[in-house]
Design a protein around this ligand. Structure first.
Ligand SMILES: *Cc1c(COP(=O)(O)O)cnc(C)c1O
Length: 404
């Protein structure tokens, strides 16, 4: 009789978005005349930029001719895209990352879930709390996280680094030394980030204790402040301790198109073992490359027209973020994030729990957000609103919240 991977049985159910869905459905059934505004979504809403659509069409036409048709893409990505990434995301920022250190993928969710498999099951991971759930769940599936304590909402073998207003949402070095450290900056869900100097401290720490940092830079395009690093490789010594994951989803609206990349520097070694070689081997064995059409679309992200159009798209969402942030502040809320990320993280008023505030907002303002407790125990007492809606809806939602 076969056996299943028991680690899956240890996973707690993910009730956050299904509970939100149920509550919203129950409310709309009871109040069919009320119009709901959703500021809970973590998905983009603006269409793909014209430069990207043009590149997609052109690549589709190439597929219709024997002379220009492309089959399997190179495992690690087409040279045209890897070069464009190296030049624009790294060289332009003074980071010494070459095209052959870039591994093109179908997105940062896959990469952040898959990357753990090149590490021993004996490694101990450290994550921020609250956190993007993929890091912990993928390690749980691999059997690295121990047992789950329902009451504490924590795994026995995971190091949690609380990020709250008390520490300005900057994780502190944990008491117990981790082997693998996950950092997502700017952060989902808190919308906050750290300065380049603070990131440098984490790089120094990882090099000192012999840990590897998995750096999720999905929200890099939203950075507006000068002293925030756009890549972890802006920090000295990062090439010997960090893997960076990037996505085309939030900067270019590729959530339904699917494209991302991982940077694994050649200098990143565990003793004599090259992580670059291991990830190349993993990619070559288990992945047959992102689609040619999509990689051409990715290339267009770095064209002059693409860059200009995407700058506008990001600005559109950040105008929403400012609208939410300023509106909430005017209404007397304690608000974080929204400056270097499309997320606003607010402290719930009057000691309401995250779910109490969810109900309050749904019933009285007909606005839907995401309870902070859904991202980890330290998210209790916080609430996330996203800037990914339309400007009109965002303004209307804030009018309603201000009128409460
Ligand atoms: C949205 C998001 C991603 C992007 O994932 P894709 O698979 O590239 O769409 C990665 N990490 C975080 C934290 C995110 O919020």
């Amino acid at each position: 009789m076969y056996q299943v991977n028991d680690n899956y049985q240890k996973l707690p159910g993910s009730y956050l978005f299904s509970t939100i869905g149920k509550k919203v459905n129950a409310f709309t059934e009871a109040n069919p005349e009320k119009s709901i505004i959703r500021l809970g979504i973590g998905d983009v809403t603006q269409p793909l930029a014209p430069a990207i659509i043009e590149a997609l069409h052109k690549a589709v036409d190439e597929m219709a001719n024997a002379e220009t048709f492309r089959g399997y893409a190179p495992d690690l990505g087409y040279e045209f895209l890897r070069s464009a990434i190296a030049k624009n995301d790294y060289e332009a920022r003074g980071c010494n990352i070459t095209a052959d250190e870039i591994f093109v993928s179908d997105g940062a969710k896959s990469d952040s879930g898959n990357i753990q498999e090149i590490f021993s099951v004996n490694n101990k991971i450290a994550v921020c709390d609250p956190v993007y759930p993929v890091y912990v769940d993928s390690n749980a599936m691999a059997g690295r996280t121990g047992t789950y304590d329902m009451a504490a909402e924590k795994w026995s073998n995971v190091i949690y680094m609380p990020c709250t207003r008390e520490n300005n949402f900057v994780p502190e070095f944990p008491k117990e030394t981790p082997d693998i450290i996950y950092l997502c900056l700017p952060n989902n869900p808190t919308g906050t980030t750290v300065t380049k100097a603070q990131l440098q401290e984490w790089v120094d720490y990882a090099n000192k204790v012999g840990a590897v940092i998995i750096y999720d830079g999905a929200y890099e395009a939203y950075i507006s402040e000068e002293d925030v690093a756009h890549s972890i490789y802006e920090c000295e010594g990062a090439k010997t301790c960090a893997i960076e994951l990037k996505s085309f989803s939030k900067n270019a609206g590729f959530t339904g198109v699917r494209l991302g990349y991982a940077v694994v520097p050649k200098e990143l070694k565990c003793g004599e073992v090259s992580l670059h070689s291991m990830w190349a081997r993993r990619h070559g064995t288990k992945f047959n490359g992102a689609p040619y059409i999509v990689q051409r679309a990715g290339e267009a992200v770095y064209s002059e027209a693409g860059k200009a159009q995407l700058k506008e798209q990001v600005a559109y969402y950040m105008k929403n973020a400012a609208t939410i942030k300023n509106g909430l502040q005017d209404a007397g809320y304690e608000v974080y994030g929204g400056v270097n990320a499309p997320y606003i993280w607010l402290k719930t008023p009057e000691k309401m729990t995250s779910w109490e505030f969810f109900d309050y907002l749904l019933e009285n303002a007909n606005v839907v957000g995401t309870p902070g407790s859904g991202f980890g125990p330290s998210g209790e007492g916080y609430f996330r609103l996203t800037a990914f809606g339309s400007y009109e809806n965002t303004v209307a939602a804030l009018e309603r919240i201000k009128a409460l």
